[in-house]
Ligand binder design. Structure first.
Ligand code: IMP
Length: 422
């Protein structure tokens, strides 16, 4: 396998966890490069379900080096809990996991600010995961963040934390939220920091060393293209670069060392949180929720559901440079008689073949649909392309062509075996 960036080409939750797990077989190193514990990757191995938030899913395979890169924001307490959960399930961590010393930390004041800002926004709220992600990246950009390398240095950490808590308490009080106790936060973070210290390294050099030795690197994207802080449906986005470029800045691997970019999409569209979702459809949402599908891995929130939006995925193919396309959750459409795909957006006399930057304009658009016959047969037992019903093959070929990327993998269920390679 070549150095591969895997990104979500919709609004997150495309089923990347499973595809990363499948591709990890051929990778030596798996690296997370952005986001924080707002992400949730679900992987099934046999009947065992693993939900990962910060740790790359490569950890579930033996002898894979897993890196949490500099672009990630880390809540150390949540990371320790995640590690303990994995250890309880028998997953080996030591010697396999490495955490960037320049990754920024998420603190309770970030979570409280996230919550308070959502309250202040009222009906215009973003619908964040309330994990403090936006305020943590805000501090990073404002150059008032605290990093892993600071946590590893107890004296410096205490000084920085005291300053930051004093400053944030002023803001929290003004917003009507209770102030934080330095002693309490410090004690909890000190304990987590001591636990994490053995994992904290310069991951840029670790990754470059691995490349020199010929290792294959898989960049594990979190969230999706339209949640990207620059390319998403701003302000209804997350606070990191979820598109392919984020993999380079979030790891220290330059673009000319990346060999391919793989986009993951669902056979339909989902979104959690607020913001426009043009192809949203109550019927398909009821169908999928009724099957027990489409509830968030991090927050348990029911996801909003709609038809496949080829305008969005074509736009995603452009900004990510998608070489390949992986389609997941095909089996979610197994019972539908006629399947719609958005091929353009229209508002008045204007037609768009990309996602307009202004969310107000986007919200006024109507999708222009093309209809495809459903296959009305179960696909979850199918293991190769030829076995798929002909209408399913036509549908997959059409969405790959409309997106403008080569279809390489189709997933028909959560387990590793339910994967069709083309
Ligand atoms: P935040 O990342 O918690 O600030 O949330 C901002 C937006 O991104 C909200 O709409 C969230 O629902 C969405 N979001 C964040 N992480 C994920 C994810 O892993 N999957 C899907 N949506 C996400």
């Amino acid at each position: 396998m070549a150095n591969t960036i895997l990104v979500g080409a919709q609004w997150g939750d495309e089923g990347k966890g499973k595809i990363i797990d499948v591709l990890t077989e051929e990778a030596d190193v798996v690296v997370r490069t952005q986001g924080g514990n707002n992400a949730g990757h679900t992987v099934f191995i046999g009947s065992q379900k693993y939900i990962l938030h910060l740790v790359p899913s490569g950890i579930l395979r033996p002898n894979k080096t897993c890196v949490i890169g500099n672009g990630v924001v880390i809540d150390p307490i949540s990371l320790v809990e995640e590690l303990d959960g994995l250890i309880r399930l028998g997953v080996a961590i030591d010697g396999q996991l490495f955490v960037s010393e320049t990754a920024h930390l998420v603190f309770p004041y970030h979570r409280m600010l996230d919550e308070q800002r959502e309250v202040l926004k009222g009906k215009n709220k973003i619908g964040t995961t309330k994990r403090g992600i936006g305020p943590a990246y805000g501090d990073k950009a404002a150059r008032t963040g605290i990093r892993m390398v600071d946590l590893a240095n107890p004296k410096r950490f205490a000084t920085l934390l005291e300053q930051r808590i004093e400053e944030h308490n002023g803001v929290l009080r003004a917003l009507g939220a209770p102030p934080l106790s330095f002693e309490e936060v410090h004690a909890a973070y000190r304990a987590a920091g001591d636990r994490l210290k053995p994992f904290i390294v310069n991951t840029v050099f670790l990754l470059h060393d691995a490349m020199r030795r010929g290792a294959n690197i898989l960049f594990e994207g979190a969230q999706g293209t339209f949640l990207d802080i620059d390319h998403g449906t701003y302000p209804f986005v997350t606070s990191s670069n979820t598109t392919a470029g984020g993999a380079c800045t979030g790891s220290g691997i330059p673009p000319n060392r990346v060999d391919r970019v793989v986009g993951v999409v669902k056979a339909y569209t989902t979104r959690v949180g607020e913001g426009p979702l043009l192809t949203e459809n109550a019927e398909i949402a009821d169908l999928l929720h009724g099957m027990g599908r489409e509830f968030g891995a991090t927050t348990g929130r029911p996801r909003r559901c709609g038809w496949f939006d080829a305008v969005a995925t074509r736009h995603a193919a452009l900004v990510n440079g998608l070489d390949e396309l992986t389609v997941t959750n095909l089996d979610g459409l197994d019972t539908i008689e006629s399947i719609k795909v958005a091929v353009a957006y229209r508002v008045g006399d204007t037609q768009y073949d990309h996602v307009p930057s202004d969310v107000e304009v986007l919200s006024q658009c109507e999708p222009v649909y093309r209809e495809f016959p459903g296959w009305r047969a179960p696909t979850n037992q199918v293991r190769n392309w030829q076995q798929l019903p002909a209408p399913a093959r036509s549908y997959l070929e059409a969405i790959a062509e409309l997106t403008g990327a080569k279809l390489t993998i189709v997933s028909v269920g959560p387990s590793r075996e339910q994967t069709i390679f083309l």
